[in-house]
Design a protein around this ligand. Structure first.
Ligand code: HEC
Length: 121
């Protein structure tokens, strides 16, 4: 009789241990889910796409830096992709004639490409 009671007690302890373990895991899993929600999920995490994103960001910040010195930042949709290059050339002349050193050619090209990507169709 005594042996049977010990067996029941052991079984209860085992069940209790399993329940505690499972609920602990549940909480842990929920924690991980909460954390996952706060981390923005990039659409594509390949190195190539990250490099491309960095390049686009650089072009946009060059545009914001360069093109709001003399007037408000123009909307890229103000012109078509065909029109933008001539405007950049004109703006470069404005800069030179006002003693504002224009950015290097490759930066102007980046800005042009950025404007063309976001241009009016
Ligand atoms: C040195 C000052 C200066 C800087 C820097 C400058 N602009 Fe201008 N921008 C002007 C002046 C002056 C005008 C008005 C005369 C004209 O249109 O050429 C103008 C006008 C404009 C216009 C309106 C005219 C049109 O054709 O739609 C756009 C768009 C424009 N700028 C875009 C840009 C962009 C893009 C950059 C950055 C690459 C830039 N600007 C940088 C001086 C500047």
């Amino acid at each position: 009789m005594k042996g049977r009671r010990i067996l029941i007690a052991a079984l209860l302890l085992l069940v209790l241990a399993v329940v505690i373990t499972l609920s602990g895991m549940g909480r842990h899993h929920q924690d991980m889910m909460d954390k996952a929600e706060t981390v923005p999920m990039p659409a594509d995490t390949t190195a190539a796409s990250n490099a491309q994103t960095a390049e686009v960001d650089a072009a946009e910040s060059a545009f914001r830096r360069t093109c709001a010195t003399c007037h408000t930042l123009p909307d890229p949709r103000r012109h078509t992709a065909r029109e933008w290059p001539a405007i950049i050339v004109r703006m470069e002349r404005h800069m030179t004639s006002r003693g504002i050193p224009p950015p290097p050619d490759e930066v102007l090209e980046e800005i042009t490409a950025y404007l063309q990507r976001n241009a009016r169709s």
